[in-house]
Write a protein that binds this ligand. Structure first.
Ligand code: DSN
Length: 410
């Protein structure tokens, strides 16, 4: 932080410094959080934020967008390149975040009260996939499917619900699903009921880009993703859509639900997509999965029950019922030790505020260059705190020492 900032607002500067210190000495296992490179932070803090550019490339409602057009074009081209897309796909990079991206798709393709179908929150779906507290569930008529009791997607059940309700859009892609998603099956079901298939790959976009998770593009009409999870970019989102949907999606984004794009974010998307093509990024994606497997295996050795007994991705879902502790209490105890794991519903839950599970992930720790050995240590600390009731403040000191060995880039 600059001396000037400290001078004009020492209180804010102090709080930002404290948050940076907190990040430095915390093991972050929240699977939706990552560590954006310093260069992405630099672009986000650039004067691009000063420019208004409502509209699209070459058709803005403000003058002075010569360079902004080129930046947006770069982001769009790179988005298609990273996911290997040809001429039959279009892309919108103006989305402020994931929920607006999903709303724009529904708004573009549906009329109010049309049916959309996504996985229930309790099975690992997302609020913006039609939950009644979200606009997606208030404006549209939402129907949900659940995971099977073994935690896996149950395609017979999904097909049954799709045939019963005939939704306009079927949503695949989840916030808390630890296994690879079979996008082909979603596509086949969607086509049987004449629905669009929208894949929300926010959690796994980096894994897809690196070829570590199957790509949805062959089997989807629309793909949405945030940029700040495994993709490790700015807090923003992208919508990919088949060319025949041109017009509908862009108009839904602007003027439908957004005003001027945040050009600093668009530029940061362009940069993070360039980084996503590097060998280093791909290696990190592979390590995220290896680390998740190591953490999952070690937790199982300590008697933790994992939904589906493991993971293929960056996250796992731990059912804490046999440990006699709620997800909320586990979250609080681990936070005292400097280990951040967020509480999460499992399929038997109906109260999201204090559910029966936690959702550890390995994104942030892998960007920090931790490997399997460190995952085993972290599992050991989790077991010590939750099982053996070891004092978290004692563990905290060891956590700080580990964090010092794997410094953040800022
Ligand atoms: N909040 C994100 C997550 O944690 O999965 C999704 O929006």
């Amino acid at each position: 932080m600059t001396k000037k900032l400290k001078k004009i607002d020492s209180r804010l500067a102090g709080l930002i410094k404290k948050e940076i210190e907190r990040q430095k000495f915390t093991i972050d296992l929240i699977p939706s959080e990552a560590i954006a490179p310093n260069e992405v932070l630099e672009v986000l803090g650039s004067p691009l934020i000063n420019k208004y550019s409502e509209g699209g490339i070459g058709r803005r409602y403000y003058p002075g967008n010569k360079y902004i057009d080129k930046i947006e074009d770069l982001a769009k081209k790179r988005a298609k390149e990273v996911f290997g897309l040809g001429k039959n796909w279009e892309v919108n990079v103006q989305l402020l975040s994931g929920t607006p991206a999903n709303l724009a798709v529904y708004f573009g393709l549906c009329n109010p009260r049309d049916k959309i179908m996504g996985m229930s929150l309790f099975s690992g779906g997302h609020l913006s996939h039609g939950h009644p507290v979200s606009l997606s569930g208030k404006i549209f008529n939402s129907v949900t499917y659940n995971s099977g009791e073994d935690g896996y997607l149950d395609f017979d059940h999904i097909e049954k619900i799709a045939k019963k309700y005939k939704p306009k859009i079927i949503i695949s892609g989840f916030s808390a699903y630890p296994r690879k998603v079979n996008f082909r099956k979603f596509y086949q079901i969607a086509k049987k009921v004449n629905a669009y298939h929208m894949a929300d790959i926010s959690h796994i976009a980096g894994l897809v880009a690196a070829g570590v998770h199957p790509s949805p593009f062959r089997y989807a009409d629309i793909v949405t993703t945030t940029c700040h999870k495994t993709l490790n970019g700015p807090r923003a989102a992208i919508i990919f859509y088949r060319k025949e949907l041109t017009g509908k999606i862009d108009k839904a984004v602007f003027p439908g639900i957004q005003g001027g794009p945040h050009n600093n974010k668009v530029a940061a998307i362009a940069l993070s997509l360039k980084i996503a093509k590097t060998a280093a990024f791909k290696n990190t994606m592979k390590q995220i999965v290896r680390n998740a497997r190591a953490l999952a295996e070690e937790l199982r050795k300590y008697g933790f029950n994992l939904i589906t007994n493991g993971t293929d991705t960056h996250l796992m879902l731990v059912d804490l019922r046999n440990k006699n502790i709620s997800g909320g209490d586990a979250e609080k105890m681990l936070e005292k030790a400097g280990i951040l794991v967020n509480r999460n519903s499992i399929f038997i839950d109906r109260k999201p505020y204090n559910p029966s599970g936690i959702r550890p992930g390995t994104v942030s720790v892998s960007f920090r260059k931790m490997k399997e050995k460190e995952m085993r240590k972290i599992a050991n600390w989790i077991a010590d705190i939750i099982d053996k009731k070891r004092n978290p403040t004692e563990v905290r000191k060891e956590v700080v020492e580990l964090c010092k060995k794997f410094p953040l880039p800022y």
